[in-house]
Design a protein around this ligand. Structure first.
Ligand code: PHE
Length: 348
């Protein structure tokens, strides 16, 4: 081969390489390209082995031409290899892309449980009238729960509250009047007292409107001049605050061992407005709370001079108020924590 033939072969090979490299689209066609143009059977290798037949005066020139050829083909190969790697990387990045436009997980904000909405409402009302708030244990002594409330052992009036006994001397408190006994003891016979006692209480009851556990707010006022008229005014204001100005309030005589005289308060029926229906058992009214003037025995038992002091007390059921206010059909709904029920009270 003379030098011109070699130059021609190099040109031809370069042309073939340029044509082939554009057809390379993946790793496998790139390997084929390498085998064909840089491998043992390539034109390049053949030219290298021809070198011994090249006359020595041309060897240097021909050698450089062949080395340059291999260099150029290698560059084509390298460029293509990088190109393919970049395409593969781009593809991988596309697949792994995090779409930041996707909506995130939203956090649902809860709202006050209807039970506590009522507790807070009643508490705010009485704090506004200058009452203190008192708290006590749910496991109470028989002494505070009954005896100090003028309900001696073996007296039939105990039957009014079917309680849970823990021992002969301990009960789950059946009303928060027990807290009032504690407040009176702490006052050591010195008035005035003006207090409300919100809290959970327990009785052996179980139907759609009664549960073994429910909430109460009881109130106690003891002073030298607290009157029955003050009691009626306080309860009327409370009931209008809770149920609206349109509700009529009615008081009936009643009996509680710890008050004398005792009353119960009713409000005009939500369903019929007072004309009588199934909901109010045709009375036009719904019973809502018990109250009365503190019995002189209770004053004396709790260390107050009943010739100097008098007072009034009242007790209202939290669950009952919430059921009437929000039209809830079963008291158990307050205690089962069903999210479908509770979400009815979400305020967005
Ligand atoms: N303690 C009574 C009850 O639980 C409610 C009440 C309180 C009634 C104060 C009158 C006076 O039923």
């Amino acid at each position: 081969m003379d030098i011109n033939e070699i130059k021609l072969a190099i040109e031809k090979e370069l042309g073939a390489c340029r044509a082939d490299i554009v057809k390379v689209v993946d790793q496998s066609s790139l390997n084929d390209f390498k085998g064909l143009h840089l491998g043992k059977k390539s034109v390049c290798s053949a030219l290298f082995s021809q070198m011994r037949n090249v006359p020595s005066e041309s060897k240097q020139i021909v050698g450089k031409l062949v080395v340059d050829l291999r260099q150029e083909i290698s560059e084509m190969f390298n460029k293509k290899e990088t190109e393919l790697k970049n395409i593969a990387l781009e593809k991988q990045l596309q697949n792994e892309k995090v779409d930041i436009n996707l909506p995130g997980y939203s956090t649902k904000l809860g709202s006050k449980h209807p039970f506590f909405a009522v507790v807070d409402d009643i508490t705010d009302f009485f704090v506004g009238l200058g009452y203190d708030i008192a708290d006590g244990p749910e496991v109470e002594s028989d002494h505070n729960n009954f005896e100090m409330m003028n309900i001696p052992k073996d007296h039939p009036s105990r039957d009014m509250q079917d309680s849970f006994s823990i021992t002969d001397e301990l009960v789950l408190r059946s009303h928060t009047s027990a807290v009032q006994a504690r407040v009176m003891a702490a006052s050591k016979g010195v008035g005035p007292i003006k207090v409300i006692c919100p809290g959970k209480v327990y009785r052996r009851d179980n139907d759609a409107t009664h549960s073994h556990q429910f909430g109460q707010v009881e109130g106690l006022v003891i002073s030298e001049d607290a009157t029955f008229a003050n009691l009626l005014e306080t309860l009327t204001l409370l009931l209008k605050h809770l149920f609206g100005d349109k509700r009529k309030v009615r008081f009936r005589p009643s009996y509680f061992p710890f008050t004398e005289p005792s009353i119960e308060a009713d409000i005009s029926c939500f369903e019929c407005g007072g004309t009588g229906c199934k909901f109010c058992k045709n009375t036009g009214y719904i019973e809502i709370l018990g109250a009365g003037m503190v019995h002189p025995n209770v004053l004396r038992l709790n260390g107050f001079d009943d010739s100097k002091y008098q007072g009034f007390a009242f007790g209202i059921g939290i669950d009952r108020v919430a059921m009437l206010k929000y039209n809830i059909d079963d008291i158990k709904r307050f205690y089962t924590n069903d999210i479908r029920f509770l979400s009815e009270f979400y305020k967005e």
